[in-house]
Design a protein around this ligand. Structure first.
Ligand code: BGC
Length: 306
C-alpha cells in the first residue's frame, strides 16, 4: 500500500508528475501488487498532515510526500520514524537539518529526497539569455533590464531560480543587470499573466527580459506580452522552467525564448524506485538527484511529443 500526497492537484507540473507516478507503478512487473492512493493536499498543511496520519494508521507500507510546507518536514519525518514507515519526499526539498535528523539512527536510510537541484535550473535560464546574439540587451545600454516572476517560496526552487538565473547571467554575459520588478506568482498561470501585464503597463519598452520561475507563469506572461503587442525574440525575451508541452510549442513557434526541462518522468520514476527499494527493506540514499536540461529553439524539436 503506497500513500501519496501532492501539495495541491491544481498545479500543472505536479499533475504531470503524479500521473506518471501512477503510470509507472502500473508498469512495474516485479511480482508485487501496488495499491496506490494519491491524495490532494489542497495547499493546506493541516489537511496534508491529516492524510499522512491516516496513511500511517491504516498501515500503509511507504509514503511519497510532496509537502505543502517544506518547513513541516521534521514533523512528518518524526511521525514516519515512530511508525517505522519509509517516506520519500519529492519536489519540495526539506531543509538539510531535517534530512540529517536521523543520522546514525535506525530510521536513516528509510527516508530520502528525490528532486532536481534548482540552482542548476536557474543557471540554465541565465545562460539561455546570455547566449542570445544580443545577450538580451535589446537597447544596447550594457545593462539587462528585467522582470522576475517568482514561485511560491514554500518551494526552495523559487529562491534558487530567482538568484541563480541572474548571477549566472551576469557571469556569462559580463553585462550589468537592473531589476525593474519582482513579484510572487505562486507558480500560477493567471497570476503570471496579471503580474506581467501590470509590469508592461508600468515599464513598457524598458523591459528586455521576463524571467519566470516556472512555465505555468511563463504561459501567462506570454499571453500578457501578446496582448500588449510586444513580440518575443524581437522586442522582448521570455524564459521559464519545466518544459511543459505548451511552453515547448511556444518556443517552436518563436513565442518564448527558452525553458529548462524539469524532468517529471525521471523524478517520478526515481521516487517510485526508491519507494519500492524501501518496501523491499533496502537502505535508501539521503538524496537522489535528477538533472535539468536546457531547451531552446535549437533543440526543442527533440523534446516535443512526436
Ligand atoms: C515546478 C513548478 C511547480 C512547483 C511545485 C517546481 O519545481 O517548476 O512548476 O509549480 O515545483 O512545488
Amino acid at each position: 500500500k503506497v500513500g501519496v500526497s501532492i501539495y495541491k492537484f491544481d498545479d500543472n507540473f505536479m499533475t504531470l508528475y503524479r500521473e506518471e507516478i501512477a503510470n509507472y507503478f502500473k508498469s512495474l512487473n516485479d511480482g508485487n501488487t501496488y495499491d496506490v492512493t494519491i491524495q490532494d493536499g489542497k495547499g493546506d498543511q493541516a489537511e496534508q498532515t491529516n492524510q499522512i496520519d491516516n496513511f500511517i494508521q491504516q498501515g500503509y507500507d511507504v509514503l511519497i510526500i510532496n509537502l505543502v510546507q517544506s518547513t513541516s518536514a521534521a514533523t512528518v519525518i518524526d511521525k514516519c520514524a515512530t511508525a517505522g514507515v519509509p517516506c520519500i519526499f519529492i519536489n519540495r526539498e526539506p531543509e538539510k537539518a531535517d534530512m540529517d535528523l536521523y543520522d546514525g539512527k535506525d530510521y536513516a536510510g528509510k527516508y530520502t529526497y528525490v528532486g532536481a537541484d534548482a540552482r542548476q535550473s536557474g543557471k540554465m535560464q541565465g545562460e539561455l539569455v546570455a547566449d542570445l546574439a544580443d545577450k538580451g540587451d535589446l537597447n544596447k545600454d550594457g545593462t539587462l533590464q528585467y522582470v522576475m516572476v517568482v514561485g511560491d517560496p514554500e518551494n526552495v526552487d523559487a529562491k534558487y531560480r530567482t538568484e541563480f538565473s541572474i548571477s549566472q547571467y551576469g557571469e556569462k554575459s559580463g553585462l550589468k543587470v537592473e531589476k525593474l520588478d519582482e513579484q510572487r506568482g505562486d507558480w500560477d498561470q493567471a497570476k503570471g499573466q496579471e503580474i506581467v501585464a501590470n509590469a508592461l503597463v508600468k515599464f513598457g519598452d524598458k523591459i528586455e527580459v521576463v524571467f519566470c520561475n516556472n512555465d505555468g507563469m511563463a504561459l501567462g506572461a506570454a499571453q500578457a506580452i501578446n496582448a500588449a503587442g510586444r513580440t518575443v525574440g524581437k522586442d522582448i525575451y521570455l524564459v521559464g522552467v519545466d518544459a511543459l508541452e505548451e511552453a515547448k510549442q511556444l518556443i517552436k513557434d518563436g513565442k518564448m525564448t527558452g525553458t529548462v526541462l524539469n524532468d517529471h518522468i525521471g523524478q517520478s520514476h526515481t521516487a517510485v524506485d526508491a519507494a519500492v527499494k524501501a518496501v523491499n527493506g533496502d537502505k535508501l540514499e539521503k538524496y537522489y538527484w535528477v538533472d535539468y536540461v536546457k531547451v531552446s529553439p535549437d533543440n526543442v524539436a527533440e523534446f516535443l511529443k512526436k
